[in-house]
Design a protein around this ligand. Sequence first.
Ligand SMILES: Cc1cc2nc3c(=O)[nH]c(=O)nc-3n(C[C@H](O)[C@H](O)[C@H](O)COP(=O)(O)OP(=O)(O)OC[C@H]3O[C@@H](n4cnc5c(N)ncnc54)[C@H](O)[C@@H]3O)c2cc1C
Length: 470
Amino acid sequence: MKVAGQRGSPPAPPRVIVVGGGLAGMAAAVALESAGCAVTLLEARRTLGGRAGSFEDPQNGDELDNCQHVLLGCCTNLLDFYRRIGVSNLIRWEPTVHFVDGQGTRHDLTGSKRLPAPLHLSASMLRFKLLTHAERFAFTRAMVAMATMGRPGRDHLADTPFGAWLDQHHQPASLIKKLYDPILISALNEESRRASAAYAIQVFQETMLSNSAGYLVGLPDCPLSQLYATLPVRDVRLGARVANLHFENDTATGVDLTTGETLQADAVILATNRHILRKWVGEDRANKDARFAHLEEIEDVPILGAHLWYDRPILKESHAALIEGPLQWLFRKDAAGAAVHGVISAARAWAGRPKEEALAAFTQQIKSTYPHARSATLLRGVIVVEKRATFSPAPGIDRLRPHQAPPQGGLANLYLAGDYTQTHWPATMEGAVRSGYQAATAVANHLLEGRRTFLVQDLPTQWPARLLGL
Ligand SMILES: Cc1cc2nc3c(=O)[nH]c(=O)nc-3n(C[C@H](O)[C@H](O)[C@H](O)COP(=O)(O)OP(=O)(O)OC[C@H]3O[C@@H](n4cnc5c(N)ncnc54)[C@H](O)[C@@H]3O)c2cc1C
């Protein structure tokens, strides 16, 4: 159905309801509003951002992120979203990735500004003393294999565990611990060996191998929720929880809020988490639409975030990838470095552990890593474990992920968005924005004249990478 006006009067814009104000929902809403739809964005909580959001610290009213969020230079759609909402200037870019070994020695990886990928990291890699000569040689061989297989080559590995690929390519366990794990466990929220080889290789192809800007580390300079303070969407409703969906036959026509209010629309985008969806559409309707067939088979993986306040500076750098755990990454949260945030991804072993036990382990780790922290006292710690942080990018995962648009004969006018939908990206902020743009593209092409896409291009593949086969 394309919306047309009566003669002489401008057409009424099509009404779109977006349920869920995480990144997927916000991206879909902003894109559709910019294309001329009348969008209502409904978010159950009092703040936007969902999993990439903040909460109020009950002790002092400060805004704390539920976890440190990191973006990379290759996150082109997330960057486009930040540009659309006018906050690109709030992202600080780090050209050096700091790795810190168990003795507290820092090893830096910095790209050359003058060299195209993948040559840009070569000089830094030669000086990268975290790795032995043999490990560096093995890593270089693996990088060449990843580049020469190209993107089609990685797609063929969708059903292969990355552990099998690492073994085939004779990657030593010490190299996996020092380099693959710090990069992949945080990028994929999955253990390196358990993840799909296609997703693991995608991380290296997109961040290190194809464009010299891909690896740059972006850190928001403010609490995450402040990024979403002014969305260019006419009707954003916070504290608006959807209770039910409305259908006429098998066509979505609107939603009921828990307040009893009913809202009607020409299209509904569900950008909540996936766990509620089958209940909302009902078993009979779910069975008619392939998008709902495999949702229960997708595994959730937890992430632990630890807000730590010490009585003296702990961390000089903006971040550190810690080779000896349990914390895998540490981020500086104040100018002095006395407030830090630690992260454990793929934190299955940490869900349900007593807070005091976790804080003692983290303090022990920080003291043994940083000699200057040995006499530091932990003043306060807040631990947030998101049990359903993201889905596991396990081998075969893409067969379980639903498309955003309804299939032929599926539930018409009902669209899905969310990091778990089919974006060919892992569950990240970039993946969530892509899903929102993909849902918005499908809605716009259904309701508006003309064809468009909201997705933006990946970073261009630079010439040495193209020569290698990327
Ligand atoms: C601890 C943690 C650390 C992470 N770190 C990173 C990182 O460093 N880098 C990175 O790129 N990604 C990271 N991620 C992943 C990233 O946060 C997610 O992939 C992304 O935010 C998902 O966005 P989404 O919109 O798909 O879902 P969500 O953010 O879950 O949004 C869904 C929204 O729907 C709302 N909702 C639910 N039910 C209703 C209802 N009935 N009515 C109305 N609204 C409803 C929810 O309140 C929520 O706001 C991390 C995730 C977690 C949990």
